[in-house]
Design a protein around this ligand. Structure first.
Ligand code: UDP
Ligand code: MG
Length: 317
């Protein structure tokens, strides 16, 4: 019987994986309960796999899920949850930006009856202004565009009760935004505030491209508002266009001043062209996601696992 499963997604973290394991292990030992540490190797190309093997060979509480390629952070987390068998699952990044010691507080809250305990970042150390600002803007836009109560400034660092995990496993969505899904399933949720530390070593594995993908996944999974942009924007622009038409007609019919025209034409052309492309792109984002769902490919491919009992760990969908 396993009490706690710690899920750690790992992508090219050979600089810190051993230190990270040691600190996590030390914290989990303080719980005096049975636990497993599940490392999901998300197609690392450095020495991460080798180091994980080494760690696992010296510690029976360590389990490895080895992906066939890089599937992305959100999918790695989902796989970890699929494979976890604890009564509570804790998701934490490998880079220790989220202090593992907080897990003990999360467990306390869980024992009081909360089914999801998430960490809310009240400050972030060692991250660029750009990242802080875009992240803050993103969480607020997302919150404004959806009816789901997705907490602000909250990452994937959280404790999730097995009951909630069971529901998460039933969600077949391909382009996943896990923190939104956890809010979506409901249950008793509560927050713990913390200061996000600097990365232990190495660089962020979230370049701008992945950040953009994550934010568009978040928005499109939980809101139709971007699609309505075409309706409202179109109404606004055609209204403005109509007024401008009246002005132009008036000038033509009742005054002698001919409208030179070129500037206004080119401005309108650019404005409308840009707006239409943007809206088309937004529609494309949704269509792409519909396409992904209809193809219904498996969420991830596992090369091999290590340390699990011979239980069927297939997704329940
Ligand atoms: N990660 C992953 N797959 C990816 C990108 C990241 O499993 O494609 C892992 C990474 O190893 C780390 C966690 O996800 O454990 C968070 O990534 P990172 O710390 O680079 O993100 P940041 O904290 O900079 O937003
Ligand atoms: Mg990080």
């Amino acid at each position: 019987m396993i009490n706690y499963s710690v899920v750690v997604p790992v992508f090219n973290e050979d600089k810190l994986i051993v230190a990270s394991y040691q600190r996590l292990k030390a914290v989990m030992e303080r719980t005096c309960a049975n636990f497993e540490l599940i490392f999901v190797n998300d197609g690392s190309t450095d020495r991460t796999a080798e180091l994980l093997e080494m760690i696992a060979s010296g510690d029976p509480s360590v389990r490895i899920v080895d992906f066939s390629r890089n599937f992305g952070h959100q999918i790695a987390i989902s796989a970890g949850i699929d494979y976890a068998s604890g009564q509570a699952v804790i998701v934490i990044d490998a880079d220790l930006q989220d202090p593992p010691e907080l897990i003990l507080k999360m467990i306390e809250k869980w024992q009081q009856g909360f089914e999801v305990v998430y960490g809310r970042r009240i400050a972030r150390k060692g991250e660029t202004l750009f990242k802080k600002w875009t992240a803050a803007a993103f969480y607020r836009t997302l919150r404004a565009s959806t009816d789901i109560d997705i907490p602000l400034d909250t990452g994937d660092f959280r404790l999730i009760d097995a009951r909630v995990c069971r529901e998460l496993k039933r969600i077949p969505e391909k382009n996943r935004f896990v923190r939104g899904l956890v809010s979506w399933v409901g249950f008793n949720q509560t927050a713990i505030d913390y200061v996000r530390d600097e990365r232990l070593a190495g660089e962020t594995k979230y370049p701008l491209k992945k950040m953009l993908k994550l934010s568009i996944d978040g928005l499109t999974s939980f809101s139709y508002k971007p699609l309505k942009l075409a309706t409202y924007g179109g109404m606004l622009l055609s209204g403005a266009g109509f007024i401008y038409m009246l002005i132009a007609l008036f000038l033509k019919l009742f005054t002698t001043s001919t409208v030179p025209g070129w500037t206004s034409l080119i401005v309108i052309q650019l404005l409308f062209g840009g707006f239409m492309l943007f809206v088309l792109g937004m529609i494309g984002e949704y269509i792409g996601r519909i396409y992904d769902e209809t193809k219904d490919r498996p969420l991830y491919i596992v090369r091999e696992t290590r340390g699990f009992n011979a239980v069927d760990h297939l997704r329940s969908v």
